[in-house]
Design a protein around this ligand. Structure first.
Ligand SMILES: Cc1ncc(COP(=O)(O)O)c(C=O)c1O
Length: 449
């Protein structure tokens, strides 16, 4: 594939890690940078191309974290780079809040053509995932004139005050930040692997959705006062947990019945990663609002809140952003959509299937692999101490991630004890095999401890 350096070239570790140049950067980081970040290993990136990241000491890594599921077209895809360069030489900024420029509309047309619900559509541009969610929250309240929102345990929707109020994946993310935005109620998400013993997977998923109707709406929350249900069709930070189609279909039914908006947060699972443009499409369900960011612009900061046109009925002054939908980010997004449409989405489905075919055999061969799940190139490998009790193995998961780093493979954890496999969507089967060989070796080492 033209987008990668050499399909079968593997990682190359040339120094001890971190190397001397990396150590210098880490010292500076220690001095100056916010300690709130959650780095798991000392990767100091210098340049990237395709799935390869070279660090400041000349070590080459395979990036199976894709900058937290962002570089969908791979690092520095030539078409994306060229679009950025061309746009930067012409117009970097104008602010769509007060002026007009053409690629705001060109991009909106492209997004509309791939949207997971029927048009006509309208688009609001922000700069990040959390802003896409904030805009959706405000719009849902504005449009419905209702105040309350339902979200799910395990959800991650961002860290600004509004989206943080929906986030329910790790308590540290909320500690000492209260009071948050009022009016949010969390309910169970269908984490099928961790369902109560004796329950059937499909029925459990349906029951999770019906809890809203049969418990919440009858005891604490009048449905006619609920503006929206926010859901990740695949929970990302919560552990790469796929919602069964029946669950999404039930949510749609409940929303329709009570005039509630269904908001799909596709910040992590969207932009082709699941093997379809949008993960919600696997369930055959149409959302009212979609939140988009991460992979849509290959690493340039862009957040998009895309809705059915009639929903975006707020008036001038209701919401805006100085930088949102910046011309350079929009150009990167247009080039990204070209690449994903031509090859990325299909490749995510193809290579994702290849990876899953291998991973599916792991629970039988590895006592610490409890579950493998995913769609396309959004795959979770859940690490447990004991397959029977399903006791979570958080430290062991982190050890596996660390060992993989030392061997030139970049993975990230998700949730308490899951490994996320989320390479760029242009990864080849050969590259995936190299990464899985290393991952399997690391799991075996930790299992022998
Ligand atoms: C599903 C989801 N929504 C929202 C966000 C927030 O995105 P950002 O970090 O760009 O604000 C994330 C980030 O991981 C995410 O995974």
């Amino acid at each position: 594939m033209a987008t990668t350096i050499a399909p079968t070239a593997g990682p190359k570790i040339r120094t001890r890690l971190p190397g001397p140049n990396a150590q210098r950067v880490l010292a500076g980081d220690q001095t100056y940078i916010s300690p709130s970040y959650t780095r798991t290993y000392p990767l100091v990136a210098k340049r990237g191309r395709g799935v390869v990241i070279e660090d400041v000491d000349g070590n080459e890594f395979f990036d199976f974290a894709a900058g937290i599921a962002v570089v969908s077209t791979g690092h520095c895809h030539p078409e994306v780079v060229s679009a950025i360069q061309k746009q930067a030489a012409e117009l970097i900024h104008m602010s769509g809040t007060d002026f007009y420029y053409e690629n705001m509309i060109t991009l909106a047309e492209r997004l509309s053509s791939i949207a997971p619900m029927k048009g006509p559509h309208k688009v609001y541009y922000g700069n990040s995932g959390t802003e896409a969610v904030e805009a959706a929250m405000k719009l849902a309240r504005y449009h419905t004139k209702r105040q309350n929102i339902i979200a799910f345990y395990g959800a991650f929707h961002g860290r600004t005050m509004g989206s943080l109020s929906l986030t329910a994946s790790k308590v540290q993310q909320r500690r000492r930040f209260f009071p948050l935005v009022p009016g949010v109620t969390h309910v169970p998400y269908p984490y099928v692997y961790r369902r109560p013993a004796g329950t059937e997977a499909r029925q459990y998923a349906i029951d999770c959705a019906r809890f809203i109707e049969e418990k919440l709406f009858k005891t604490t929350l009048p449905p006619e006062e609920v503006a929206a249900i926010f859901v990740e069709p695949i929970q990302g930070e919560g552990g790469y947990v796929v919602a069964p189609p029946e669950f999404m279909q039930e949510l749609r039914r409940i929303c329709d019945q009570h005039g509630i908006l269904l908001v799909a947060d596709e910040v992590q699972c969207g932009a082709g990663r699941s093997g379809k443009w949008w993960a919600i499409q696997h369930a055959g369900v149409e959302p009212d609002i979609v939140c988009i960011a991460k992979g849509i612009a290959s690493g340039m900061p862009l957040g998009v809140t895309l809705t059915r046109a009639e929903i975006m009925d707020w008036v001038p002054g209701s919401h805006a952003s100085t930088f949102g939908g910046n011309p350079v980010c929009n150009a990167a997004a247009l080039a990204t959509i070209d690449v994903l449409e031509r090859e990325g989405v299909r490749n995510a489905e193809r290579v994702g299937r290849h990876i899953m075919d291998r991973l599916r055999t792991w629970p039988a061969r590895h006592r610490m692999v409890g579950d493998v799940r995913g769609l396309g190139l959004m795959i979770g490998v859940e690490i447990v101490k004991d397959q029977r009790t399903r006791e979570t193995a958080h430290d062991e998961r982190d050890q596996i991630v660390q060992l993989a780093f030392e061997r030139g493979l970049l993975f990230l954890g998700a949730g308490e004890n899951t490994l996320r496999v989320c390479p760029p969507l242009v990864v080849t089967p050969e590259q995936a095999d190299i990464a899985l060989d290393v991952l399997e070796e690391c799991i075996s080492i930790v299992e022998k401890k």
